[in-house]
Ligand binder design. Structure first.
Ligand code: F6R
Length: 643
């Protein structure tokens, strides 16, 4: 959540920062801001999306700057709460959460600081400023020769005159008040502040005393540094680094750094100089598309290819000899994820248990990490995360590693944080997903799980999976036929849009699909919706059913199909309308069915790849019909880097 970017180079920083923020907008889009530094720091910030800054780029002239696109945690998405926050000689952007901000703020207020925003970021900045003043005072008291600093630090210049700059505390460090390298003093101030902070964060900071660098620090939040030919960029994600860098330097947790145009000076928690690790990056820039088309519909259209490529690429880059050897020994699999990734885990439980007879447990990452889970060495732990940056999933994975489990991740982001932690990394071959609602990445995750289920069936049960593998080669073509004939689903979306509540029900893997179908609808249309096991409705939830309800029954698993049909009869008797989505033509004639959609038939192992597509398309067309932005639904962000 929140995207940060910084640029140092020979060109106007604001333009590069704007491009970076546009690429990072998937991380949050409720407010936005840029600070640049020339003789002074200039800041512009607005509530709203990144493009609200476009008209101001020409007046921000500095060659060094930082920017931020926000997903609000502390304080409403107002202009005042937007980043960058300024105080003293500093301007900061921050991604993360400071958990002890209230206590620190209280102490700082007692020390004379005043705050203008509700954010934890402003608290962090004042803490750095406080430490900086103390360090400079200590330093000047110990030295009689002052260096001559040529910077005028009197005040920030606010070009738009709409941003109030943070108040300075009573003690203000003056120019020339210290004799050490000012950049080192800033780094020391950040280092000391970090020791007082709990939570997760990545920051970029400008200082009017050091006009040739950007200061950075991080803890449990992503921050990459790219050094190009004549520029340096810092960013939350590879996609904002720009085309000029082939490698990214990775800042370790609790390190602080000063990024210059041609080098980075980095220090660890003890302020000992450290070398940064470098990783090569694959630029996965989003292609600009015809703006008539939303990313979401384009990405649903890419589901068939994602399925095909992910299945074909299963195990690429993984030591499959060692992985298979370990899999032979396991008697349990533990799956964790959040949101859609969790739903792919629920599907996988049914698939793997049925195919390979291995016991599978599933948990939501934010629950797993706080429940003191029992860990056995014969367990394969699998974390699933499209972005590879979801805080809860990363912490759950770290916990499993600490508990001695062998770990695997399924992710769509080859350079993400999660890939640096797990023993085995399986990449979904979906290409970057921009729409906030996960669509093709869900299909990619299912494709990995299906391939894993087949592998486990072979190595644990000696199952001959040849015919299933042949069948798998046909699935993407069946998926494509659904995409190609989406007009029928567009028409069905009107029925959905007219309902007061929409219930998705199913059994076995269809229950997992119901969960995901419901999530798609609620997140982009803001309609009330629930995904339920079909047999569970009458234990309470059926009380909600009325003639204003629509119940979508998903029926693709033969041995429980009749039972879901029975549940549809029960809701019909209470006035609900029924939409049946099935691959079994015989149920279409059932008297309770008001509307239907017939899926192509495939073995049940593959059906979740097909049955989710009409649900994604229906959700998309409902959102379009209501004139909502399906790519950027309210209150959401694509990458949830805070817990
Ligand atoms: C829903 C959606 C979210 C994500 C969840 C986990 O469409 O996108 O529910 O699935 O935030 O994100 P990742 O997979 O990046 O860990």
């Amino acid at each position: 959540m929140c995207g940060i970017v910084g640029y140092i180079g020979k060109e106007r920083a604001s333009t590069h920062i704007y491009d970076g923020l546009s690429a990072l907008e998937y991380r949050g889009y409720d407010s936005v801001g840029i600070s640049v530094i020339d003789e002074r720091i200039h800041t512009i910030k607005r509530s709203g999306r990144v493009n609200t800054l476009k008209e101001y780029l020409n007046i921000l002239e500095g060659r060094i700057g930082i920017g931020h696109t926000r997903w609000a945690t502390h304080g409403k998405p107002t202009q005042i709460n937007a980043h960058p926050h300024n105080c003293g000689v500093f301007s900061i952007v921050h991604n993360g959460i400071i958990e002890n901000a209230t206590q620190i703020k209280h102490n700082l207020i007692n020390n004379g600081h005043t705050f203008i925003s509700q954010t934890d970021t402003e608290v962090m900045l004042h803490l750095i400023w406080d430490n900086y003043n103390s360090i400079c005072s200590e330093n000047s008291a110990n030295n009689s020769t002052f260096i001559d600093m040529t910077v005028d630090s009197s005040a920030h210049c606010d070009i738009t005159e709409q941003v109030t700059i943070g108040q300075q505390p009573n003690t203000v460090m003056q120019e020339g008040d210290c004799c050490m390298d000012p950049a080192y003093l800033v780094l020391l101030a950040i280092n000391r502040a970090l020791a007082q902070l709990s939570g997760s964060f990545a920051i970029a900071l400008l200082c009017e005393h050091c006009k040739d660098c950007i200061f950075v620090a991080k803890r449990s939040a992503p921050l990459l540094i790219g050094l190009g030919q004549d520029n340096a960029v810092v960013a939350s994600d590879v996609c904002a680094l720009g085309g000029g860098c082939d490698n990214a330097l990775v800042l370790a947790d609790d390190c602080v750094g000063a990024v210059y145009i041609d080098k980075v000076c980095c220090y660890d928690i003890n302020m000992d100089a450290v070398q940064l690790t470098s990783m090569s990056i694959e630029h996965n820039r989003v292609q600009h598309i015809d703006k008539q088309q939303d990313y979401m519909i384009m990405e649903i259209g890419q589901c068939p290819l994602s399925i095909q490529d992910t299945m074909a690429g299963f195990g690429q880059g993984v030591d499959m000899v060692s992985f298979s050897r370990f899999c032979r020994t396991i008697d349990r699999i533990m799956l964790v994820g959040c949101g859609t990734a969790y739903h792919s885990c629920v599907t996988a439980k049914y698939l793997i248990e049925a195919m390979a007879n291995v016991s599978v447990e599933v948990d939501i990452a934010s629950e797993y990490r706080y429940r003191n889970p029992i860990m056995h060495s014969k367990t394969l732990f699998i974390a699933v995360s499209q972005s590879g940056e979801t805080a809860d999933t990363i912490f759950a994975l770290k916990l499993a590693k600490k508990g001695g489990l062998t770990t695997m991740v399924i992710t769509n982001a080859p350079t993400s944080t999660i890939t640096t932690i797990a023993d085995y990394v399986f990449i979904t071959k979906c290409g970057q997903e921009v729409g906030v609602a996960a669509t093709k990445s869900y299909c990619g995750q299912l494709a990995v799980f299906i391939s894993l289920a087949l592998l486990l069936a072979r190595i644990k049960l000696n199952t001959d999976t040849t015919s299933l593998e042949q069948q798998s080669a046909l699935v993407h073509a069946q998926a494509k036929s659904i995409i190609d004939n989406q007009q029928e689903l567009k028409a069905l979306s009107n029925i959905v849009a007219d309902s007061q509540s929409v219930f998705y029900i199913g059994r076995n893997i269809d229950y997992a699909t119901a969960l995901e179908g419901s999530l798609k609808l609620k997140e982009i249309t803001y309609m009330h919706s629930e995904g339920y096991p079909a047999g569970e409705l009458k234990h309470g939830t059926i009380a909600l059913i009325s003639d204003k309800s629509l119940v979508i029954g998903i029926v693709t698993v033969k041995h429980v199909a009749d039972k879901t049909m029975t549940a549809l009869h029960e809701v019909k008797a209470r006035g609900a309308k029924v939409l049946l989505i099935t691959c079994f033509a015989q149920y279409l004639q059932d008297e309770v069915v008001d509307y239907h959609y017939l899926l192509p038939y495939s073995p049940s192992l593959f059906m979740p790849l097909l049955s989710i597509l009409p649900l994604q398309l229906i959700a998309y067309y409902v959102a379009k019909g209501k004139n909502y932005d399906a790519d950027k639904p309210r209150n959401l962000a694509k990458s949830v880097t805070v817990e």
